[in-house]
Design a binder for this molecule. Structure first.
Ligand SMILES: Cc1ncc(COP(=O)(O)O)c(C=O)c1O
Length: 400
């Protein structure tokens, strides 16, 4: 873009009600309570964070981080393959591999980079990648960067994916999907996708950013919930900045897959290693998440409570049983207005607009945390129910 166009481009964005604004968190009102936060001097209850298990502000997690910083320093100083790989990284990788039942795991600095890394490494020019239409941006960017051609199948439609696998004249190397879709909260049809990928000898890559730590009998995520084996899902991506309350991500899989990523994945190789204190905090969070299954049970119970009360209040819901509960508004303007009205009442619920979601499906993205109270959830439903009376689109949206 030419320099002169920049200002006009910003005006265009603004006219479409698509300007993104950051709000600055300037304190937490109750120490250790992530859900009550201070923004611009106001106290708000946060219903948009991904801190599902309430671990981001856990004193033991924060202590692990600060103790490690005093011992090993704040920064790792270099990439993993130069001198940045430390004992905390190595231990965390072993613990993550054991947690998800894979031979090895490899830490990445972010989930975005993990998805870029795995897709660009497994697919390349002359090959075909299949993606769910609502795949996370990082999976799409991975496909773009890989140089492979890519096609998107109808959201969560395993039959459509299967047809593409069968009918494609090119070799499908990778099929990548979110486990839990980040904006809709629904779960990918993993069993059918796994079967189809096996039959066509394609890698199934599951990005379980929003499932890991929450779903399945023991919190191993959407893959556990679908009773799938490492053989069924040979490449699993998990993020550490959501349920585990810290930062970073990992890819887990066979020894060979991880070794290949170490040799080839540019988003792994050409970047400074995650600080060791972050890895130390994640280790503590992982330990607490396993020791305290009540966190997982609680966030799911709060989700159920919300859905029951929302149904009674005739608030339309999507078909999601995860802590991600979108409230569809249908336009950027309506979503922003609803966000503002909730803010005025002390709720921090973020409007999600295009291009993060398709136009016409603008929404409030409500998320729950084990740190919420029942009263906070009930108060949100009460406020949403008042909004429902005024937002036509909210009433018209198809209920389940
Ligand atoms: C499905 C999904 N994958 C990957 C990411 C990226 O993870 P990270 O925030 O660690 O970069 C996110 C969200 O940020 C996500 O929602």
């Amino acid at each position: 873009m030419k320099r002169q166009r920049l200002h006009a481009a910003l005006s265009d964005i603004d006219q479409q009600h698509l300007t993104r604004r950051r709000t600055t968190v300037d304190g937490f009102v109750e120490p250790g309570n992530r859900v009550v936060t201070a923004v611009d001097g106001r106290t708000l209850v946060d219903f948009s964070s991904n801190d599902y298990l309430g671990l981001a502000h856990h004193p033991a997690v924060a202590a692990a981080m600060s103790e490690c910083a005093l011992r090993y320093g704040a920064g790792s100083g270099a990439s993993h393959l130069v001198t940045g790989h430390g004992i905390e990284h190595a231990r965390l990788e072993e613990e993550l591999a054991a947690f998800v039942g894979r031979e090895r795991a490899l830490l990445f600095s972010t989930g975005y980079m993990a998805n870029l890394g795995v897709v660009t490494t497994l697919a390349g020019r002359g090959e075909l990648v299949l993606l769910d239409r609502l795949s996370h941006a990082s999976i799409i960017d991975g496909a773009l960067l890989s140089g492979a051609r890519f096609k998107r199948y109808t959201h969560a439609d395993a039959n459509a994916a299967e047809r593409m696998l069968e009918e494609s004249s090119e070799d499908v190397t990778v099929l990548a999907t979110d486990g839990v879709f980040s904006m809709d909260g629904d779960i990918a049809p993993l069993s059918q996708l796994a079967k189809a990928c096996k039959a066509h000898n394609a890698w199934l890559v599951v990005d379980d950013a929003h499932g890991i730590g929450i779903l399945g009998d023991t919190g191993r995520g959407s893959v556990e919930q679908a009773h799938l084996t490492p053989e069924d899902v040979p490449a699993l991506v998990g993020t550490l900045g959501k349920a585990f309350g810290s930062f970073g991500a990992f890819v887990a899989g066979s020894r060979d897959l991880i070794e290949f990523l170490i040799q080839k994945a540019r988003p792994y190789i050409y970047t400074t290693a995650l600080p060791q204190p972050v890895a130390a905090a994640t280790r503590k969070a992982l330990e607490i998440a396993q020791r305290e299954p009540w966190r997982r049970e609680r966030v799911l119970a709060l989700t159920t409570r919300f859905r029951k009360a929302a149904r009674e209040a005739r608030i339309p819901l999507l078909d999601s049983n995860t802590p991600i509960q979108p409230i569809m508004l249908g336009s950027s303007q309506a979503a922003l207005q609803a966000q503002q009205e909730l803010l005025d009442e002390g709720f921090r619920v973020i409007a999600i607009r295009a291009p993060t979601v398709p136009r016409g499906s603008e929404r409030l993205r409500v998320t729950f945390s084990a740190a919420h109270t029942e009263e906070q959830v009930d108060a949100l439903v009460e406020k949403l129910s008042q909004l429902r009376a005024r937002y036509q689109t909210l009433c018209e949206t198809e209920s389940e």
